[in-house]
Design a protein around this ligand. Structure first.
Ligand code: GSH
Length: 224
């Protein structure tokens, strides 16, 4: 497999919330990777060879050939190597609680989000119907954020990092509605995360990767 830099390779799609989650973790951990931006409708052969059955992004290919094809696993893998801000939390139970939030997010909420975002493809109901389905999760988040500034307590953890890209998408479907909706804590939480320079760093734009092109290096440690 062509890999001139010998760095881990991250196949990514800038606007994918799963890929944002993975990029956040890699960036915070200071792990330098070769970033290969893909087009979802024309995934490169190199990626298809790694995950032929369910080609999705993000996918991280490590130097020893190991492939991590789930965003949550990439986030945890990165932070287990280096977690300068304690995103993994303190007690082991934090990770279990984080996993529970992620599970709701990645399954029931993500389904509602996709239906709301692409409501014209799901004409059985108007968009508001799907939005109400998504609001079940928004209400849970709002209640938690009334009790603590972040989802697991006083500090930012992987639970927040893993979920906010999806709330960002939900908010973007109808910003006017989201601004007026009864979720002030959630709005504040989202805005804080979006304003973080780290998020801006991981949202930099890169051209779609072509085999043979010069490697795009991604990560905080580029000049060391
Ligand atoms: N469970 C996966 C989901 C990743 C995923 O669904 N990524 C979307 C982009 S946001 C994708 O690659 N879709 C392409 C497709 O389904 O063909 C993860 O956590 O990484």
């Amino acid at each position: 497999m062509e890999n001139p830099t010998h760095l881990p390779i991250l196949y990514s799609f800038r606007r994918c919330p799963y890929a944002m989650r993975a990029r956040m973790g890699l960036y915070r951990a200071g792990i330098r990777v070769e970033l290969r931006e893909v087009k979802l409708t024309a995934m490169p052969a190199a990626l298809l060879a790694l995950v032929p059955r369910q080609p999705r992004v993000p996918v991280l290919q490590l130097g020893d050939g190991e492939v991590i094809a789930q965003s949550w696993e990439i986030l945890l893998w990165a932070l287990r190597r280096n977690d300068p801000d304690g995103w993994l939390g303190e007690p082991a139970s934090d990770l279990e609680r984080a996993g529970q939030w992620i599970e709701i997010n990645d399954f029931s909420f993500k389904t509602a989000l996709d239906h709301y975002k692409y409501a014209s493809r799901f004409p059985a109901h108007p968009p508001e119907h799907y939005r109400r389905e998504g609001e079940v999760f928004l209400r849970q988040l709002e209640a938690q954020l009334r009790a603590s500034p972040y989802l697991l307590g006083p500090r930012l953890t992987v639970a927040d990092v893993g979920i906010f890209p999806f709330i960002r998408q939900f908010a973007h479907v109808d910003r006017g509605w989201f601004e007026r909706a009864p979720y002030p804590r959630l709005r504040q939480w989202l805005n804080n995360l979006l304003d973080d320079p780290l998020f801006r760093a991981v949202m930099e734009k890169y051209p779609v990767w072509r085999p043979g092109q010069e490697a795009v290096l991604f990560g905080a440690a580029q000049d060391n």
